[in-house]
Design a protein around this ligand. Sequence first.
Ligand code: AKG
Length: 297
Amino acid sequence: MNLLLPKIQKRIFKKIYQIPFVKQQNDIAYQMAINKHKTNLPIISKDDLELVEKINHEGVAITSLDNLGITSNPQLLQTAQALTSQIQLEINSDDNQYVIHASSQQIMAYPTIFLWGLEQRLLNIIEHYIGLPVAYHGTYFRRDLANQLEKGSRLWHLDPEDRKVLKIIVYVNDVSENHGPFQYIPLSLTSNIVQYLKYNYGYIPNETMQKVISPDNYKSCIGSSGTVIFAGTGSIFHRGKAPENSDRFTIFFDYTSRRKKELFYINNSLPYQALLQLSKNLSVQQKQSLFWQEYLE
Ligand SMILES: O=C(O)CCC(=O)C(=O)O
């Protein structure tokens, strides 16, 4: 399947995949792929297995850079904090803007951030969650603006790119309830809402969500700088709550499987030439996750 499908075609494919016969065939193929890969899963520690179980059960697992103890962690936070002052509002920005992303050039100037997403320990955890070889789609350094706009990722949605999608979110500054936390609806409740709304694709305003489920069930991921959130964003309704007090700075790392079928992903966050430059010292496994389009299964 062409991975560069425009939005409208993706919607059509999504609909086709819902046709009972097609869905049944795809379910069988997916389950077979998962079963086949089980014996190839990397060995991970008991703590990491518990983290994977938490994501599978709840949809989200929260930890911290300190707890993860990956050697490049201190540089990640230092570099991210250095970058925050450079993510400025564009001169001609309009009133509809709610987020600013670091440019490719800015990400390239601080390779630690992009490369953190390829740490083998993280790839192993993600492979256990996804159950299949991992595709790394890159990193997004975000400045979410303190305003009341409710659009895009501030609306409730499931990420549609694959059967299982994983995002790692690192808070660069402290995030309280008024500071735009990542919010989600736990897995079991999300499944009920999907059925009730016959949800297939797209964004749901909070006003609608509140009529379906009490906001008491929303979970806010609150945490200090260095908080790390593993979120199965293809399986839980989630959104970024609008920050009220001051802008929120975060780093997002995006992953799916490398399955050819039912993968609706497009490009890496960086151009190919940049990836080549960044990949010089990577292991074979890391390169396979980075250049996933060449290793589709
Ligand atoms: O900004 C956030 O906390 C949520 C972002 C989001 O919904 C997404 O990346 O899919």
